[in-house]
Write a protein that binds this ligand. Sequence first.
Ligand SMILES: [Cu+2]
Length: 261
Amino acid sequence: MTGPSISRRGLLLGAVGLAGMAATGGTWAALPATATAAEGRVLAGSDAVRRVEQARLARGTGRRVRASVTPAPVEVDLGGRVVRTWAYGDQVPGRPLRCTAGDLLDVDVHNRLPEPTTVHWHGLRLRNDMDGVPHLTQPVIPPGETMRYSFVAPDPGTYWFHPHVGMQRERGLFAPLIIDDPREAGDYDVEFVVVLDDWIDGAAGTPDEVLSELRNGDMEASYKVPVQAGQIEDRSASWDYHQTAEMTNTPAGQTLCVRLT
Ligand SMILES: [Cu+2]
C-alpha cells in the first residue's frame, strides 16, 4: 500500500465492496466511487496477492490438509455442571486442527448456528480475505451454509481459532490450531494442549445477556465495586476439573510438551 492519499475509511469501503462482489458475482457498479477507484490498492483479487500466495505455495510442503468444523448448539459437561452452549463439534474446546508449516489448509466451516458466523485464525499471517472479519474481509456465513477457508499455514506455533461475530467467542466456540515446525524434531514423549478460558455461558446467563447488563449498568452492586485485597474468597477447593488419565499418570522421567492457548 503506497498511495499516500488513501484514507482508512476509503480502504474499508474497498474491502466491503470486494466482499459484496464475491457474494453476488459482481456489483462494482453499485459501489461508492471511492471504491471503484482502486488504483494502487491491493485487494484480495489483485495480482500482487496472487503472486504472494503462489510464492507461499511454492515454498511450502506441497501438501493439502483438509478439515471441517461445525459450529452448532450443544450441551457440554463443564466438570459436573452441564450447560447449553455453542461449540465447534460436540466438545469444548473444539478438537485441535493440526498441520505443518507450509501446508495448504482447507477448512470447510458448516454453520449450524441460528445466526451468521465467521472464523478468525488468531495470530496467523494469512491472506486478508481468509481472516474472518465479517463485512470487512468477507461476507458472513449464513445459518445452514458452508464456507471453505483455504490458506497456506505460514509459521509454526500454537494458535487458536474463533468466530468474529458478536459474542460467539464467549460461548464455547474456540479450538486450538497447531502448526508443526518441519525442522523441529518434536522428541517429547507426551504432549498436552491446554486451553484457558473464563467461562460465562450458562453460569451467569448467556454472554449476550451479560453484555447487555453491562451496557445498561444493571450489574449487581457487588460487581460494580472494584475488588479489594483480602476480599477474594477462594472457592477452588470445591471446583471439579477435567483431567485426562495421561495428565495425572505421566510416568516420571518422560519429556512433556505443553502447549498453551
Ligand atoms: Cu482472535
